[in-house]
Design a protein around this ligand. Structure first.
Ligand code: AMP
Length: 415
């Protein structure tokens, strides 16, 4: 016998109640986002590698070690998308969406791929719901996107959560800050975790993410970026905060919030759920005013977020939706009458009923047993000369001609 194969590490099969939970989540996401005028977008599962190298940032963990990159038959370097923002910016430019009234509001629900250490809440293929608002620098965009994510998490049952909020300012302040932070880290290099020490020059901000005790002590005394941002960035941040305050959304200002992708400017935020373990982040994002230009487009301000579907489902912990009610089970007594059974099932489905067909060639007794196991409300058994239509709740059974049975079944579908 051949060896049985398993799904790759860090991937998940989505079955049964998990699939239903995801379908419900998608319905809620669509409800919340489309009610606010966001349009669904789909981009390809893979893109030119350069899009992410340029868009996400060459010094990020994502680009340095987490991408699934391959060369295709034509010798091109392609990468399975590790995130959704750079592809959407690419699509925005490619389709001339700047001609639309600003801002352009888009949402997506797609799978993403990162070669990460697989554990609970962290996978190598995972799904994200995301929203992007492109073409407005107004602080109301930052506030609306944050409020929409909060609303979505509420609707999805992610109750106990914390919103961390900060501003990364604009590039000049960041460059200056980076130099100050680098100098601070270099003077205390010996106390840092080796991997942080090795990457001081490359990406000093990542030191804030470390769990290493020595590194944390060094970071406790580190200069704070939020103290260095310029007046425009500060008034933008204050306006965002005021809008969140007015909407009654609580947040913690957290100047240590650094997100793993390089493109952020000004506002950054992250929602954490107390219900999750080490992987607490359910969703986050921020403003990325420089990204479009980095991808060869005109300067275009934008803001967005992404939330992890698996983490939302873990954090919500709601009972999964019930399986659908089977309105009708259609069986048949002899293969010669199978076509009639197919026709009745089609009639029922067109009438809006959930109808299932006998597909395993069971005996009549076996068919009834199976219908019972499914919890079918009605059973239609196609016989040699007509149809026996049975209501399972009271056992009432009627013998009908083929056409009368079809009429009766269609009637079951009308309220
Ligand atoms: P990011 O794109 O890194 O800002 O992540 C946004 C959200 O996606 C996170 O808050 C998580 O909920 C989710 N996420 C990111 N990476 C993973 C992963 N490897 N597995 C599962 N969820 C993830």
């Amino acid at each position: 016998m051949s060896e049985r194969l398993q799904a790759p590490r860090g991937t998940q099969d989505v079955l049964g109640e998990q699939a239903r939970a995801r379908a419900a989540l998608e319905g809620h996401a669509r409800g919340v986002l489309e009610a606010a005028g966001y349009e669904r977008i789909e981009t390809p599962a893979f893109e030119a590698t350069e899009l992410f190298a340029r868009g996400v940032g060459a010094s990020t963990d994502v680009v340095q070690k987490e991408m699934y990159t391959f060369t295709d038959g034509g010798g091109r370097s392609l990468t399975l998308r590790p995130e959704g923002t750079a592809p959407i910016c690419r699509a925005f430019l490619e389709h001339g969406m700047a001609r639309r009234p600003a801002p352009v509001k888009l949402w997506y629900l797609s799978s993403f791929f990162r070669y990460e250490r697989a554990q609970a809440g962290r996978y190598r293929q995972f799904w994200q719901i995301g929203a992007e608002v492109i073409g407005s620098a107004d602080p109301s965009v930052d506030a609306e996107t944050i409020l929409l994510l909060a609303e979505l998490l509420d609707v999805l049952g992610v109750g106990e959560r914390r919103l961390r909020l900060s501003s990364l300012g604009s590039p000049p302040a960041r460059i200056e800050y980076r130099e100050r932070l680098t100098a601070h880290l270099l003077t205390r290099r010996d106390e840092l975790a080796p991997e942080v020490a090795a990457r001081i020059e490359l990406n000093p901000l990542r030191a804030f993410d470390s769990d290493h005790a020595g590194t944390r002590a060094v970071m406790a005394d580190a200069p704070i970026l939020l103290d260095c941002i310029d007046d425009d960035d500060r008034s933008h941040f204050d306006a965002v905060r005021a809008l969140l305050d007015d909407a009654g959304l609580a947040y913690d200002i957290d100047p240590t919030l650094v997100r793993g992708l390089d493109y952020y400017t000004r506002t950054v935020f992250e929602f954490e759920s107390a219900a999750l373990g080490a992987q607490r982040g359910v969703g986050g994002g921020g403003r990325y005013d420089g990204l479009m230009a980095q991808l060869g487009g005109p300067d275009t301000p934008a803001c967005g977020w992404a939330a992890g579907v698996e983490r939302i489902l873990l954090a919500a912990g709601d009972p999964p939706p019930e399986p659908p009610v089977v309105d009708l089970y259609v069986g048949y007594a002899e293969p010669a009458r199978r076509a009639v059974a197919f026709a009745l099932a089609r009639t029922a489905r067109r009438a809006g009923l959930h109808a299932e067909l006998e597909l395993a060639g069971r005996s009549l007794k076996g068919q009834l047993k199976h219908a019972d196991r499914l919890g079918a409300r009605h059973v239609a058994l196609v016989q040699a000369d007509g149809v026996a239509l049975k209501t399972m709740a009271d056992g009432e059974q009627r013998e009908l001609g083929d056409e009368a049975a079809a009429t009766e079944i269609a009637r079951l579908g009308s309220p």
